[in-house]
Design a protein around this ligand. Structure first.
Ligand code: GRF
Length: 214
């Protein structure tokens, strides 16, 4: 049984595209049932339509407040039979009420090694801090921003001469690797949220340390 996933976007949707691509495989444990955007001009909508996926626009500007927007969005998600939500560059912060309705069923991807560098401009924050390792994180969504239990991370080196842009490119490539994997783990039940922590059904081999520079 493939779990029905709604991907929420606000922009270009490259992570959305990586999830759509992964879900084309017949053995992938999830299908992308819906791509929804809060912005009518989100570039990713055209890609989703071209891939034959149902799309919806729930424009937050059309609602008097956050709760009304979220009720409308929740209605669309339920009408499409969504069981899981994957936030992929979705630029609205949800109320605790909405997050609690989807506890353990909503993932987000963030371009830093959380809990470092929450919020916006993560690559700028990393360069300013002088870290030598940076990366991206897939996590379950909790009411506090960028703070939920971690499902997957990828680390990349920060190279001499890196700019926000070169770092963003290097990290985005890894986002496209870890998000489809993390979604598959959650959709198959191998990874779940239990008592506020992520439980993994299997352990993985110890691959030693990533050391930068090596
Ligand atoms: C990604 O960097 C993601 O980590 C962050 O927003 C960006 C969205 O990019 N949450 P895209 O729309 O998936 O290309």
């Amino acid at each position: 049984m493939r779990r029905r996933v709604a991907v929420l976007i606000s922009g270009r949707g490259s992570n959305m595209a990586s999830l759509i691509e992964a879900a084309r495989r017949p053995d992938y444990p999830a299908e992308i049932a819906l791509v929804a955007s809060n912005r009518p001009d989100a570039g990713g909508l055209a890609h989703a339509e071209a891939a034959g996926i149902a799309t919806a626009i729930v424009d937050h500007k059309a609602f008097p407040d956050r709760a009304a927007f979220e009720d409308a969005l929740d209605g669309v998600l339920r009408r499409h039979g969504a069981e899981l939500i994957a936030l992929a560059g979705f630029m609205r912060v949800f109320t605790a009420g909405f997050v609690e309705r989807w506890t353990g069923q909503m993932l987000n991807i963030h371009p830093s090694l959380l809990p470092l560098f929450k919020g916006l401009y993560t690559h700028r924050q990393a360069l300013k801090a002088g870290v030598l390792v940076h990366g991206c994180t897939v996590h379950f969504v909790v009411p506090e921003l960028d703070s939920g239990p971690i499902v997957a991370q990828a680390a990349v080196p920060v190279l001499p001469g890196d700019t926000e842009n070169t770092l963003a490119v290097r990290i985005l490539k890894q986002e496209h690797v870890i998000y489809p994997r993390a979604l598959a783990w959650v959709a198959s039940g191998r990874t779940r949220l239990e008592g506020g922590r992520v439980s993994f059904c299997e352990t993985w081999e110890n691959r030693g340390a990533l050391v930068v520079p090596d």
